[in-house]
Write a protein of this length. Structure first.
Length: 371
């Protein structure tokens, strides 16, 4: 039996009647962009993350761009981001007109190494954007301190961290502004593209709302040049259904992670650890192994799908060649990019499947080690 990396069909089957009814409601209403479904989701998600404002947008990448712009950060400004993340973290900074400045990854948490942020601060630095990578939270207290000392904004990239907690508080609106993605495979995923910006800052919320809809609050009156970054009603309707299950699904992910850790304890693999300050929601279950290619091949031969998040750190992407970074600049991020392997992780994973994945991993790790 093939074991998929994620199984969106299994999840849909479990909530099919509610999702189908929600989509039918949108079709009947003939209100397809923004409108009541989007407003209902914005209110529910703001409450979920403990934010005053939530603005639904068309993607996580759009959320990042608008969050940066709404902090009035742009050309000539720098935003500190981790070298190990999905490309969109830096891309959103760039499309806002600012320049990403990369910082190495932390060995234990995989998130930004907070001990290396201060040396990346320059007179042009305007914000620090930690990424709660794989569902693990970045260590925010030292970042809050730096942000206060240097008068910087804290922008959270929470695209992989719906429901993650930092010292008991849900992430997203712990800084000035936070960004979520509802790409289908995320812990809270739409059936298409979607994203959200959350904030407690009324002015930031107002600017995001303007920018997502052609710089306009009132029809045909345009205060600024903006974008079409609106969230569709169909996606909001799906998200309204799925948000009710998010905590339950995250609990299942956590239970699966605990089971993996237990079963892989004897293998020659580095398994992820939950930082003492964090509640990890395991968007991805990422192990590290010296001979990653062999491990991935062995799993693939056994019908087990895996992923690599991410094979090339952002500072080494061709798109950022002009920034002048080179191999060796961020040794930990570079080492991780060569060793990380994401095992199947989704709420509907069965214990049988977890046991099978762990067995194959353990035998591969042993075999390669002995050979
Ligand atoms: C998915 C993701 C994004 C981008 O979200 P999209 O909705 O795909 O545009 C940004 N940052 C991180 C860390 C992500 O995982």
């Amino acid at each position: 039996m093939m074991i998929p990396f994620v199984d969106l069909k299994a999840q849909y089957q479990a909530i099919k009647s509610e999702v189908d009814a929600a989509i039918a409601r949108v079709l009947d209403s003939a209100c397809f962009v923004l409108g009541p479904e989007v407003e209902a989701f914005e209110a529910a998600f703001a409450e979920y993350v403990g934010a005053t404002f939530c603005i639904g947008v068309s993607s996580g990448t759009a959320a990042i761009q608008l969050a940066v712009m709404a902090c009035q950060i742009g050309a000539g400004d720098e935003v500190i981001v981790p070298a190990n993340s999905f490309f969109a973290t830096a891309e959103g900074v760039s499309t806002a007109g600012a320049t990403p400045v990369f910082v190495d990854a932390d060995r234990a948490s995989y998130t930004i190494d907070v001990s290396k942020i201060e040396r990346a601060i320059t007179p042009r630095t305007r914000a620090i954007m930690p990424v709660h990578l794989y569902g693990q939270v970045a260590d925010l207290d030292p970042i809050f301190q730096l942000a206060a000392r240097y008068n910087l904004d804290l922008i959270e990239d929470a695209a992989q961290a719906h429901g993650s907690e930092y010292r008991g508080c849900r992430v997203g609106a712990l800084g000035r502004v936070g960004c979520f993605s509802f790409y289908p495979g995320k812990n809270l995923g739409a059936y298409g593209e979607g994203g959200a910006v959350v904030t407690n800052d009324a002015e930031v919320a107002r600017r995001v709302r303007l920018l997502r809809d052609h710089g306009s609050e009132r029809k045909y009156q345009h205060e600024v040049i903006g974008y079409n970054f609106r969230l569709e009603a169909m996606q909001a309707a799906v998200l309204n259904v799925k948000l009710q299950f998010l905590d339950q699904w995250n609990e299942l992910r956590r239970a699966h992670a605990a089971r993996y850790a237990e079963l892989l304890a004897g293998a020659d693999l580095q398994t992820p650890s939950e930082m003492p300050y964090a509640r990890h929601v395991y968007h991805l279950y990422v192990v590290q192994y010296e001979d990653r290619a062999a491990l991935q091949q062995h799993l693939s031969d056994a019908g087990i799908q895996t992923g690599i998040h991410y094979p090339v750190p952002i500072h080494l992407q061709p798109a950022y060649a002009s920034l002048g970074y080179k191999a060796g600049d961020f040794p930990e991020a570079e080492q991780q990019s060569g060793r990380v392997l994401s095992l199947p992780m989704f709420p509907e994973l069965t214990d049988e499947q977890i046991v099978r994945v762990a067995e194959v991993c353990a035998s591969a790790a042993e075999r390669v080690m002995v050979a």
